[in-house]
Design a protein around this ligand. Sequence first.
Ligand code: 1MF
Length: 186
Amino acid sequence: MYGLVNRAIEDMVRTHHGAETWEQVKRQAGVDIEMFVSMESYPDSVSYSLVAAASEVLGQPAEALLEAFGEHWTLYTAQQGYGELFRMGGSSLKEFLQNLHTLHTNVALSFPHLQPPSFWCTEVTDSSLRLHYQSTRPGLAPMVVGLVKGLGTMFDTPVAIVADRTRADGADHDEFVVTFSSRTRP
Ligand code: 1MF
């Protein structure tokens, strides 16, 4: 994954637990990289090892950290100069979720090593939809829960998300039921 992902993991751990803890996480993960470069592509195993090590060091389940990371990702990337991406994505949470696939297609045009997941929506109403998530990478569904919660914060829209079908149960992709308020951003 692009270094931007590892930098966001670093930012989350350092912000909430300090620089010492981050060094400990890297040591535990066996990751000997002083600084991640955002636009460089790293093996996925680096990111997975960092999350597993953070889980051990902090004594929190990896799923909880992935969800927290999803939320952090939206705030972090908006801060790091990808705000325009979020503005182009739509003016409401519902619109943004429906545009997620196009957004990734656009990012992938500029960054050839991106392996974007697929997102699509069905059963769309004014206050809910079913979000489908298909990724080449295993185990990241908890991150999607955090991503959607982060988008709720970003759009100032109360949101609830519940996993409905999961790859863990043998489905070929993950599905979530998302419920939100229908207000749009001024
Ligand atoms: O393959 C990848 O490296 C990759 C990295 C990040 C693929 C996807 C993503 C973003 N995605 C991560 C979780 C899913 C991973 C998976 O299932 O395989 C989050 C998607 C998302 C969901 C909801 C709301 C917003 C979301 O993301 C917005 C987004 C997506 C991509 C980027 C930024 C914001 C991005 C921008 C530049 C990148 C990499 C990702 O790389 C750079 C960075 C600096 C200079 C050049 C390239």
